[in-house]
Design a protein around this ligand. Structure first.
Ligand code: ACO
Length: 373
């Protein structure tokens, strides 16, 4: 029997700088009311100038390792799902392994836009189920704030920065990944695109002047496609697990737009209490969105040992991914791990053993920094 790939550790990191809808209304022609009613977003996190996709990854990964009780040297592989890497090359996964001290691990990046974490989860699980590796760090991380045109109200109000991580470990016990569906349709390539900076349109002063290095999006087209595809991918993953909608305890969808999540819930007749939402705090963090929502769902007590989860995302490409996972870990492990900061996305820092510190204390400690834009 091939080993199962079960989630043994989880962590997230959200940069401390908060950009509210009110801040955005001072930067572009928009309003808190428009953003909240059209998207459900109230604020998002923006990486500090000295933060990168690698540094965000390392914070989330250290928490995930602490929860799993693993030393970085026990990692066999680091996969970073991202479309906002530190550099076109080298791969962020290599830098993350270096900075973690994961000296035995191979590292690479996986690009499937907002679906990146689901594709990375599928890839990591396959390495474990094949018997090749025992411990794989899977990350979804973005610093999309560096790829936004802060004059384009159609995109800059939607996205935020963040990181989410899980450790997948080989296990003889039942559980882990039960069903999977990966999807792509390149006919939608123009729907969400960074048109310049690649081989099709190399970087030049002209591409820079024309804003070719920023995200361009046909919002309404993406919206229509996403609502249909997320529902279809959900059903396909359930079919591959031999399960139905009613067999799932918690649905963790990509947090792109509250209306998209609600539309999928309505199509599939999922009760609201089974759908986890945190978009109001983080906006669309692309590949980081599902793992950050997963970490917060576990921390909030919405996910218990033995529960079945469905995680699904949709993104540029178009791409979509959906996975059915049986949760086998003790959710309280995150609170027992040294540091115990993973539930609020605060970075673990040297000497900051905050066991016993209350969530309210940590929340209060988060400084609110209005963005300069
Ligand atoms: N503030 C105020 N008005 C705005 C804003 C804004 N920030 N943005 C657009 N508008 C205006 C438009 O100009 C338009 O005005 P008009 O009617 O005078 O032309 C009006 O609001 C309606 O615009 P729509 O685009 O039709 O608005 P919609 O209700 O579709 O919402 C949105 C736009 C939020 C972008 C939505 O289409 C959406 O969420 N799309 C999906 C995005 C997504 O899921 N992306 C996921 C993948 S991203 C990735 O993979 C990296």
């Amino acid at each position: 029997m091939p080993p199962n790939a079960v989630i043994t550790g989880w962590g997230m990191y959200a940069p401390q700088r908060i950009l509210t809808n009110q801040d955005l209304a001072r930067m572009v022609d928009t309003s808190d009311e428009w953003i909240v009613t059209r998207t459900g977003i109230r604020e998002r996190r923006i990486a500090a100038d000295d933060e990168t996709t690698t540094t965000l990854s390392v914070y989330a990964a250290r928490d995930a390792l602490a929860v799993a009780g693993l030393d970085p040297t026990e990692l066999d592989l680091v996969i970073v799902g991202t479309c906002s890497p530190d550099y076109p090359l080298p791969a962020t996964g290599v830098l993350v392994a270096r900075d973690l001290g994961a000296t035995r691990a191979a590292g690479f990046d996986l690009q499937a836009a907002c679906s990146g974490f689901l594709f990375a989860l599928a890839t990591g699980s396959s390495f474990i189920r094949s018997g090749m590796y025992r411990n794989v760090l899977v990350l979804g991380v973005e610093v999309l704030s560096r790829f936004l045109d802060w004059h384009d109200r159609g995109t800059c109000v939607l996205f935020g920065d963040g990181a989410g991580a899980v450790i997948l470990s080989a296990s003889d016990q039942p559980g882990g990944l039960l069903g999977l569906e990966l999807f792509s349709d390149g006919t939608g390539a123009e729907g969400i695109i960074v048109p310049a900076g690649g081989s099709a349109c190399p970087a030049s002063p002209q591409t820079s002047a024309e804003g070719g290095h920023f995200i361009h999006m046909s919002g309404a087209d993406v919206y229509r496609y996403a609502t249909r595809q997320l529902a279809e991918s959900t059903l396909a993953a359930l079919r591959s697990a031999g399960l139905g909608v009613d067999d799932i305890d918690q649905f963790v969808y990509h947090q792109a737009n509250l209306r998209i999540i609600k539309s999928v819930g309505k199509q599939l007749q999922i009760p609201d209490e089974k759908v986890f939402v945190n978009i109001e705090k983080y906006g669309n963090t692309s590949a980081a969105s599902v793992p950050m929502a997963l970490v917060e769902a576990v921390a909030s007590g919405r996910i218990k040992q033995g529960d079945r989860l469905l995680m699904a995302a949709f993104g540029a490409g178009y791409t979509a991914g959906a996975a059915v996972v049986e949760w086998t870990a003790d959710p309280l492990q995150a609170f027992r791990a040294p540091g115990a900061q993973t539930r609020l996305g605060k970075p673990r820092s040297a000497g900051a053993a905050t066991l016993g510190e209350t969530a309210a204390d940590e929340e209060a400690a988060l400084p609110e920094v209005a963005a300069a834009g």
